[in-house]
Design a protein around this ligand. Structure first.
Ligand SMILES: Cc1cc2nc3c(=O)[nH]c(=O)nc-3n(C[C@H](O)[C@H](O)[C@H](O)COP(=O)(O)O)c2cc1C
Length: 157
């Protein structure tokens, strides 16, 4: 029977399993940051676009206001520890790439890191953004796409 509940209770019923991603951004000093995100989606076929929703308080938000590129990373099952690190620490306080011993090669668009162990990576340029309560939705046009024959995508259970 359908009943009225508060949002956390109703959302708990439909929340999991879910895909979780990482977004790579560039820090003002030229180094890179990583954030774990669950709120993202594909938004256009031609041109291809992804949107990511980033909280106003996140360091990644500051980075995206400054440098208008991000890499959307679909992690592999081996990258659970990195998802925990990137989702619990701020790039204001630590360098998540060295803390997580992240292996990468430079991308083709703005040289943002392509994580070698990810399942897939999409290099995006921010083309528009929308304020959404306490988050901002950054919409990125995909310029280059990478995928890894060995990596199986991670699901958050
Ligand atoms: C599973 C999971 C999903 C998350 N999804 C989002 C999200 O969609 N948007 C967001 O702004 N923060 C999200 N977070 C929180 C950020 O990852 C977290 O606050 C992070 O430490 C911010 O890093 P930064 O300050 O370096 O940007 C999520 C965290 C976890 C663990």
């Amino acid at each position: 029977m359908m009943q009225l509940h508060n949002l956390p209770e109703a959302y708990a019923k439909v929340h999991l399993p879910s895909k979780v991603a990482l977004a790579v951004t560039q820090k003002p000093d030229g180094n890179y940051n990583l954030i774990t995100i669950e709120w993202f989606m594909r938004t256009s076929i031609a041109p291809p676009m992804f949107a990511i929703s980033i909280g106003h308080s996140r360091y990644s938000h500051d980075c995206l206001q400054d440098v208008r590129y991000f890499n959307l990373v679909f992690p592999s099952r081996d990258q659970k520890d990195l998802l925990s690190l990137a989702g619990s620490q701020s790039g204001r306080d630590i360098d998540k790439f060295s803390a997580g011993k992240v292996a990468f090669i430079p991308g083709k668009l703005h040289k943002l890191p392509i994580l070698k162990d990810a399942a897939a990576v999409f290099e995006c340029e921010v083309v528009t953004q929308v304020n959404s309560g306490d988050h901002t939705i950054f919409v990125g046009e995909v310029k280059y796409s990478w995928s890894n024959a060995e990596g199986e995508v991670f699901y958050y259970e």
